[in-house]
Structure formats: structure tokens, C-alpha cells
Design a protein around this ligand. Structure first.
Ligand code: ATP
Length: 241
């Protein structure tokens, strides 16, 4: 399981994460919400070991997280891929980097689930739609069957119908594969519908960590209520319900 234990991250003189603690078990989904600049991307970076902890520790099964080869679904679907490589070649890289061959059955099953036509993988990122690139990003993350997947706004580039389809698909694949999922999102409707728990990050601290099914009815903090009410005002919660 993923354990983030009293982590502080400092950028220059400023702490961008302070005393952040959370855990995430296999098969579970934690949504991290919070306004711009709250530290959500920094949390992903520190989990992946891309920025150091000033204090505290991040582990997967009591070892450094990178040892479990976590996968990241990046926010910008097209720029997440090498522009001069076919999507298919980029997708295979995490498997080949481990000195393994791609399991053709697994690839076919994931492509079918993600509705990725074979010819899409022959194209470069600028030759597919943003939605196709986003689904290819999810394929690349899942192809090597990682135990931990970090999703940074995985639905942000998609229209509402494709968002719903892709959210359900991620949940279905998680049910089959049992990976732990940490999802950074601005979308409280998505978080409340698909996560087990919701962590509200505010100015680098966890303001509250609440089961998703009670967050909509009863956020634990005034700031949680502010976020919830803002999402209601924009219609985000009604959209998923
Ligand atoms: N490389 C950096 N150097 C200095 N400060 C940084 C750096 N990256 C991020 N920050 C600062 O850290 C804080 C948290 O940024 P972060 O990108 O984690 O927020 P976020 O919650 O992901 O925001 P958004 O929703 O806008 O993506 C911000 O104040 C930001 O300006």
C-alpha cells in the first residue's frame, strides 16, 4: 500500500506541502481535490520521487515507490507523448523498458475496453483527437499492470459523454486489475462518484479526508463545504448523479 507519512516539500523558501499524511490500499481510489496552487501536482511529484521530501517519507509496501513502477496519466494528453513517435511505440515503452514483451492478448483487451482502434496507435500525437490521445495515455499507464496509478486530471480534455465513459472504464479496469488509484481532479462530481475517499488539499495541507459517499452530503470542514457548494453552483455534482 501507498503511505505518505508527514511529508513536507519546500520550493525555495516556501513549503508547498506541509505535514501531508495519507494511505492508499490496492483496489482503492483516492481523489485529491483543491483549488489551483493547493499542491496537487506537487503531491504527485513527491509520490513519484520527482521532488524530494524536506521531511517525512513516501513508501509503497515499505519500500521506495519507484520500486513498484507506478504509472502516471498526465494531464495534457498530446504533449504527454513524444511528438515524433507513433502512439503505439510510446505505449509499448514502459513494458520494453522492463525487458519484457507486450502481451498481445492484454493489449487487445485494453484497446477494446478503451475503444482504441488499431490504426490510432500507428499515428503520432498530432494525428489523433485529444480524446484518443487521452485514452492512449491511459493505455500506456495500464499496459504494464502497475500496482499504483496516478491520474492527473485524466478527464480534463474530454467532452462530458467521453468523460463519463472513460471514468466508468477506469473504474471497471481497476475492478479487474486491482491497482490503487490516486486521482487529482478539479471535478468533485467525478471524485464523489468514483473515489472511495476524497482528500481536500488547501495551501499545501490536507484540510479534510472524507469518505466520498459522505462528502457531498456532509463535508467535514467549512472549506470542504465551500468547494462542494461551488461544484453544485457549476452543476458538476448533478452532472454525474
Ligand atoms: N518548480 C516550482 N518552483 C517553485 N514553486 C513551485 C514549483 N512548482 C509549483 N510551485 C508552487 O507550489 C505551489 C503548488 O503548486 P501545484 O502545481 O502543486 O498546485 P496544484 O494544486 O497542482 O495547482 P493546479 O490545480 O493549478 O495545477 C504553488 O504555489 C506553485 O506556485
Amino acid at each position: 500500500m501507498l503511505v505518505v507519512d508527514q511529508v513536507c516539500v519546500r520550493r525555495g523558501a516556501v513549503f508547498t506541502l506541509q505535514d501531508v499524511s495519507l494511505s492508499l490500499a490496492p483496489g482503492k481510489t483516492l481523489a485529491v481535490v483543491g483549488e489551483s496552487g493547493a499542491g496537487k501536482s506537487t503531491l504527485i511529484s513527491v509520490i513519484l520521487g520527482l521532488v524530494p521530501c524536506a521531511s517525512g517519507a513516501v513508501t509503497w509496501d515499505e519500500a521506495p515507490v519507484r520500486a513498484c513502477r507506478p504509472a502516471l496519466v498526465m494531464q495534457e494528453p498530446r504533449s504527454a507523448f513524444n511528438p515524433v513517435m507513433s502512439l503505439g511505440r510510446s505505449v509499448m515503452e514502459p513494458v520494453r523498458a522492463q525487458g519484457l514483451e507486450v502481451d498481445a492478448n492484454r493489449l487487445a483487451r485494453l484497446c477494446a475496453g478503451l475503444k482504441i482502434a488499431p490504426d490510432v496507435l500507428d499515428r503520432r500525437p498530432n494525428e489523433v483527437s485529444i480524446g484518443q490521445a487521452q485514452r492512449a495515455g491511459i493505455l500506456r499507464a495500464l499496459i504494464a499492470a502497475p500496482p499504483l496509478v496516478l491520474f492527473d486530471e485524466p478527464l480534463s480534455a474530454l467532452d462530458a459523454v467521453t468523460q463519463k465513459h472513460t471514468a466508468r472504464l477506469i473504474a471497471q479496469l481497476q475492478g479487474e486489475e486491482g491497482f490503487a488509484a490516486l486521482i487529482v481532479t478539479h471535478d468533485l462530481g467525478y471524485a464523489s462518484a468514483f473515489a472511495d475517499d476524497i482528500a481536500v488539499l488547501r495551501a499545501g495541507r490536507i484540510e479534510e479526508l472524507t469518505p466520498a459517499n459522505t462528502f457531498v452530503e456532509a463535508p467535514e470542514t467549512a472549506y470542504g463545504r465551500t468547494l462542494r457548494d461551488a461544484a453544485f453552483a457549476l452543476g458538476a455534482l448533478e452532472r454525474v448523479a
